[in-house]
Design a protein around this ligand. Structure first.
Ligand code: MN
Ligand code: MN
Length: 464
């Protein structure tokens, strides 16, 4: 089968629009490295476009009508956006679900210690990472500290060029002969990923009792100064260590984007952008941005949380569709794109793929009919009738797309949130952007694939 390449298909006009989109997307990535930052950024974006807070409408018992745009957030980490169509919601909705958490290194509840004049933060990594990729690179600290009086201190350190970064150390090659014999899996244990945060001891006068950990003491002094926090405040903090630095264009031809967290902000941004630029809306359109996908979608902000269905039920109630059966019909009649990134054929690791069923960089929006691992275990297997319908819509709107599997059978596999939404009996398929270096500190996408993802999502919202 002939494989299309966006670069060859694009008109000058589409190339221009694509570059504009890529620039906006990179700007979004810089503001939204963590799920909390992403939640805030999306709310700011949609409020400017006339979305109102659903919680406010519920309180005021306002009715929802055709064309109304609402959003809801949960615990500052999950978002749902709805745009009410002309049909009753009971007839079904067009929904896109994506996730806004990304693999990273989290700070433990009792993190700070000193060892031989070096101060560290102890960490516990989050999501499926190759640990060796995260050492010796500049890292930034993002997150919040919630103090006992309820105040929130926001932390973002290491992104501005004048701010210090932190890092995880590795052994010099000169004396690494034993280390180099280990398998990549064993090269770094989870406990070896502690982050270096200081080396300078606190100045102590003769009257003070000498502390055994003067470097740690100075770090605590600085935390007090910067964030008005004490050591115990780590207990109610969520501090996430992520690669420092901004999204960059990649390649001499500037054809790609290299940045942290493109899994899954490349799809999340595309979904939000598509919703904001959708014209037709006979069906209600929904975009859900979930947290915790990288660790199994559990928790009150993950896709398995009732938050998302509660908000749909609330919106239906304000739309005058109040029965339980109406809600059930709305869900089972819906179409869903599970918007998550796909692997991409990497010529340097050709053996890991079955080439004709691998996504190609620049090949456009990727559909994964099946996810799962080893004999499709745990997969959501999209229905052929649904796929046929989607192909017709994409071709009508001139969207370039490809169908792919993750990699060679028996090597592993992937899971997304698709099976969770499929429980409502709706049409579900996994569909998103191909990513090179997935789950590495800096992931790579082709600009055209990011743009084609947005175009595909827009066609889906308008015509599915
Ligand atoms: Mn993902
Ligand atoms: Mn992932």
């Amino acid at each position: 089968m002939e494989r299309k390449n966006c670069w060859k298909e694009y008109s000058e006009k589409r190339l221009e629009k694509m570059e504009h989109y890529a620039k906006d997307y990179m700007h979004f990535l810089n503001k939204a490295k963590t799920e909390r930052e992403c939640c805030d950024t999306v709310v700011n974006m949609v409020e400017k476009e006339g979305f109102t807070d659903l919680a406010k409408l519920i309180k005021e018992q306002k009715k929802l009508k055709e064309g109304d745009k609402v959003y809801a957030t949960w615990m500052n980490k999950a978002v749902i956006l709805l745009r009410i169509g002309s049909e009753p919601m009971e007839c079904g909705m067009n929904m896109i679900v994506s996730h806004i958490d990304s693999p990273r290194i989290d700070v433990k509840p009792n993190p700070l210690y000193e060892n031989e004049g070096v101060a560290y933060l102890d960490t516990h990594y989050y999501g499926g990472i190759k640990k060796y990729q995260w050492v010796t690179i500049p890292l930034a600290i993002h997150g919040v500290v919630i103090k006992k009086d309820g105040t929130t201190v926001e932390v973002c350190l290491g992104e501005d060029k004048d701010e210090p970064v932190v890092f995880i150390s590795d052994l010099l090659p000169h004396i690494a002969s034993e280390q180099m014999e280990k398998t990549a899996e064993k090269l770094f244990s989870g406990e070896a990923l502690d982050v270096v945060v200081g080396n300078r001891p606190k100045e102590q006068n003769d009257k003070e009792e000498k502390t055994a950990e003067p470097v740690k003491a100075r770090v605590l002094q600085l935390l007090q100064e910067y964030y008005d926090m004490e050591e115990e405040d780590f207990l109610s903090a969520e501090l996430e260590i992520v690669p420092a630095g901004k999204a960059r264009e990649a390649g001499l031809d500037r054809s790609m984007i290299m940045a942290y967290g493109q899994d899954d902000k490349v799809c999340a941004y595309a979904a939000v952008y598509a919703l904001l630029h959708t014209k037709n809306h006979s069906r209600t359109c929904v975009v859900m941005l979930a947290d915790k996908e990288e660790i199994g979608s559990y928790g009150a902000t993950g896709m398995t949380s009732r938050f998302f269905e509660n908000m749909i039920a609330e919106a239906m109630f304000l739309h005058g569709e109040k029965s339980d059966i109406a809600f059930r019909r709305a869900m089972s009649s819906s179409n869903l794109l599970s918007a998550d990134v796909s692997s991409v054929f990497d010529p340097m690791f050709a053996d890991a793929f079955e080439k004709k069923n691998a996504a190609l960089l620049g090949g456009g929006l990727v559909f994964n009919k099946v996810t799962g691992a080893r004999g499709k275990s745990g997969a959501n297997d999209a229905n052929a009738e649904y796929l046929g319908k989607l192909r017709a819509i994409l071709e009508q709107e001139d969207v370039i797309y490809q169908f792919a599997e993750y990699g060679r059978i028996d090597l592993g596999g992937s899971g997304t949130v698709s099976h969770i939404l499929a429980e409502y009996a709706m049409n579900v398929v996994d569909c998103g952007t191909a990513v090179m270096n997935m789950h590495a500190p800096f992931e790579v996408t082709s600009k055209v694939d990011a743009f084609e993802t947005m175009r595909g999502y827009k066609a889906f919202l308008e015509y599915a």
